[in-house]
Design a protein around this ligand. Structure first.
Ligand SMILES: NC(=O)CC[C@H](N)C(=O)O
Length: 269
């Protein structure tokens, strides 16, 4: 059994927990799916894990906005435990609904170690509907993000209705200045999407698809790395050799960029 123990949240409409736990196991972690209530009632303890994963789905049916109720429930009941977990040097990952939750909790962007203030939002896609597609992503090699080390371009699926990254101009500037912008939507050639659809699927400001805190240990992204665990998950998998070359860096190992992201987390420990 792996020494790296990852907790994957489940319950109340989260629906990517099996896939996420599977991807973590493929990457070499030991993953446990834990119901939100088990953390709250104390039957499962965060101190037994090194990584906490807020996965995708529709927690509380997206009532009041994606991730809002999940954030309130966790903050009210185990907010201090989560802060303690972070202070210990552990990792936190938020995927899609999980990213929305991290932002609502204030764990991201985490300016100056402030993990309580909400200063960015993920809101309704500009197109007004739910998008289910594959996107190309440019990775910021200068960011401190632990999860994207060694990755430069990625192609991953998205599926969301509230993925538009939004904040005021000065906060966006601060995110770029701090190198906290980890992922941006791009064209197939790796150029920034420049807010054009379909490359930027939701109208995110500055094409932002994922950010980290200043330590690089807390990372949230709208695309789903866990949904690209095998080459055959890709819509063009029959031409996969070419895809591998285009994405660069994956070589002949056959390990997808989705799994490499989780492997980086395992390697961190
Ligand atoms: N796949 C997801 O996690 C979706 C997140 C959220 N329910 C939305 O639609 O925006």
């Amino acid at each position: 059994m792996s020494d790296v123990h990852a907790l994957v949240l489940t319950g109340y409409g989260l629906n990517c927990d099996h896939e996420t736990a599977y991807a973590l196991e493929l990457a070499g972690a030991s993953a446990t799916r834990v119901h939100i209530n088990s953390l709250i009632d104390g039957s499962v303890k965060l101190k037994d894990f090194q990584m906490m994963v807020f996965g995708g789905g529709f927690s509380w049916g997206d009532d009041h906005g994606g991730g809002v109720i999940q954030a309130v429930r966790l903050k009210t009941n185990i907010g201090d435990n989560i802060l303690e977990f972070i202070e210990k040097g552990n990792l936190v990952l938020g995927i899609c609904n999980g990213f929305q939750t991290l932002v609502n909790l204030g764990l991201l962007p985490g300016f100056d170690g402030d993990y309580k203030t909400r200063s960015v939002a993920l809101t309704y896609n500009d197109c007004g509907n739910f998008r289910d597609d594959w996107v190309n992503l440019k990775v910021n090699a200068a960011s401190p993000c632990v999860f994207t080390r060694g990755l430069d371009q990625m192609e991953l699926p998205i599926r969301h209705g509230e993925g538009k990254f939004y904040s005021d101009e000065s906060t966006i500037k601060r995110l770029f200045d701090n190198k906290q912008v980890v992922l941006q939507y791009a064209t197939r050639d790796g150029e920034l999407a420049d807010c054009r659809r379909p490359f930027n699927p939701n109208g995110s400001i500055s094409d932002i698809a994922g950010i980290c805190d200043t330590t690089g240990r807390i990372f949230g992204l709208m695309p789903h790395p866990e949904a690209f665990s095998h080459w055959t998950s890709h819509p063009d998998w029959t031409r996969i050799k070419e895809e591998m070359k285009r994405q660069g860096g994956s070589g002949d190992s056959g390990v997808t960029v989705g799994i490499r992201l989780f492997q980086n987390a395992v390697k961190f420990f």
